[in-house]
Design a protein around this ligand. Structure first.
Ligand SMILES: *Cc1c(COP(=O)(O)O)cnc(C)c1O
Length: 463
């Protein structure tokens, strides 16, 4: 059992350094400083092993949508573990949590998205999607339609398949990615890449890259396009208004499937149940995970349009599945999470109250001399840090000032992540007005301190 701190922080750090390999961490730096040890959480507040309270501006990793400490989810998990801790759904078997969760997801997903294939997270769900769309076209007698188009700086997970879909250059540099038949177009990031174009012109130009890619590769070769409605891990990149309508037009006119990766944007993050509703997208497949269980259990999946599922079924047995596909405990917890989101009208509350309040406060940060843009969509926001606001200029050493600022945030009791020199937030949807005030206050203070340090260390300069 590890519920209480029977080890000191120092002992925990030493054992951690000796035996625990961390995802996405600079090991040398972590060894020097010691890993941060989080021991408990309640609402939007984390507590570390030294008793410090930290406001979690990231909802864990974009996932704890209903906040920490909801007893109901623990009770459901406990009861489900006693009744049926595990059984699979292979070989024509099912169990009540899998049935009820599939039906619930079909109810809340827009339109004819009625069928669900379960995974344990977003990465394996996107791996499923790669096999699904290729199998779909093969079943229709078009096995050559296997190329999937995605975007540079998109994030779709960390497994071999999903990281290939993603467009993260540092990830592709390790382990021989991407796998064949995946190609990337540019992202719709106006602030950094829009040059002299208006956001509207730039959104159209970036969307039309999809059409150009289809023409170049040949429509007979292209299976699908995958994208996040709002890029999350890439730095909360909110597309210009013109982007999604044009992407939708291209997908409608061309014979390709559209996959909306809703792993972050699903379950209320953008102020609607799904980002596809916020942007009026009608995808064939939606990837879900994270907020689906508010992170209380690992679960993800793919929601398919009825007609797509039918083709897959007519294509014979789908030779695919994970031991933990539709895990009963994870499914029961996800169901309870969705019940709370619905009964407490949390998504409506985000749309009508919390998100507008956060947006008003967040936009004030644009007045900070180091902030070039403060953008926000629902409950996910970003600040572009820059040494020259008017020129939308990058820093000479990408990520240095972002990292300094993030460290100041931690020291001040706020989790705000940095992606390069973008500062990003994605707090629990249940954050209160007072907590939002506090978040923005701590962000401003940390920006001040980050900027002072950058100037003192000669990092506050353009290339
Ligand atoms: C986090 C994320 C994933 C990967 O999900 P995991 O549960 O970490 O495997 C996929 N897509 C998007 C958009 C994500 O943000």
């Amino acid at each position: 059992m590890s519920l209480d701190n029977h080890l000191t922080t120092q002992e925990l750090r030493a054992l951690d350094a000796a035996h625990h390999i961390h995802p996405f961490s600079d090991t040398a730096e972590m060894r020097a400083k010691g890993a941060r040890v989080i021991t408990r959480a309640d609402g939007v507040w984390l507590q570390d092993s030294e008793g410090n309270r930290i406001l979690d501006g990231m909802a864990g990793l974009w996932c704890v949508n209903i906040g920490y400490g909801r007893r109901e989810l623990a009770d459901v998990a406990y009861r489900q573990m006693q009744q049926l801790p595990f059984y699979n759904t292979f070989f024509m078997t099912t169990h009540p949590p899998a049935v009820e969760l599939s039906a619930k997801l079909a109810e809340i997903a827009p339109g004819d998205k009625n069928r669900v294939f379960f995974a344990s997270g977003g990465s394996d769900a996107n791996d499923t999607n790669i096999r699904l769309v290729r199998h779909y076209w093969a079943a229709l007698g078009k096995p050559d339609k296997s190329v999937i188009i995605s975007r540079k700086n998109g994030y779709h997970g960390s497994s071999v398949g999903s990281a290939s879909l993603g467009g993260m250059a540092p990830m592709h540099a390790q382990g021989g990615l991407p796998i064949p038949d995946i190609t990337h177009i540019d992202q719709p990031h106006w602030w950094a890449e829009g040059g002299d174009l208006s956001p509207e012109e730039f959104g159209l130009a970036r969307a039309r890259q999809l059409e150009e890619a289809i023409d170049r590769i040949g429509e007979h070769r292209v299976a699908a396009f995958i994208a996040e409605p709002v890029q999350g891990a890439g730095g909360v990149i909110i597309p210009p208004e013109t982007y999604w309508p044009e992407i939708s037009r291209i997908c409608r006119e061309r014979e390709i499937l559209l996959i909306a990766d809703e792993v972050i944007t699903g379950f209320g993050r953008t102020g609607r149940w799904f980002g596809s509703e916020t942007y009026d997208i009608d995808p064939d497949i939606m990837t879900i995970a994270k907020g689906m269980s508010s992170g209380y259990q690992p679960i993800g999946g793919s929601i398919l349009r009825e007609s797509v599922a039918q083709v897959i079924e007519e294509g014979g047995e789908f030779n695919h599945g994970y031991t933990y596909s539709s895990h009963p405990v994870a499914a029961a917890v996800a169901l309870e999470n969705i019940r709370i989101l619905q009964e407490e009208k949390i998504v409506e509350q985000v749309a009508e109250d919390t998100a507008p309040y956060l947006a008003a406060k967040w936009h004030m940060l644009a007045d900070h001399p180091m902030v070039g843009q403060a953008r926000i969509c629902g409950m996910m926001g970003a600040l572009e840090l820059t040494p020259d606001v008017a020129a939308r200029a990058p820093f000479a050493n990408t990520g240095t000032v972002g990292l300094m600022t993030r460290e100041r945030c931690f020291a001040n009791g706020l989790v705000m992540r940095h992606v390069g020199d973008k500062m990003i937030i994605s707090p629990p949807l249940t954050i209160s007005h007072t907590e939002i005030d506090r978040l923005v206050e701590l962000a401003w203070q940390s920006l001040d301190e980050g900027m002072a340090q950058a100037k003192a260390e000669g990092a506050f300069r353009t290339p």
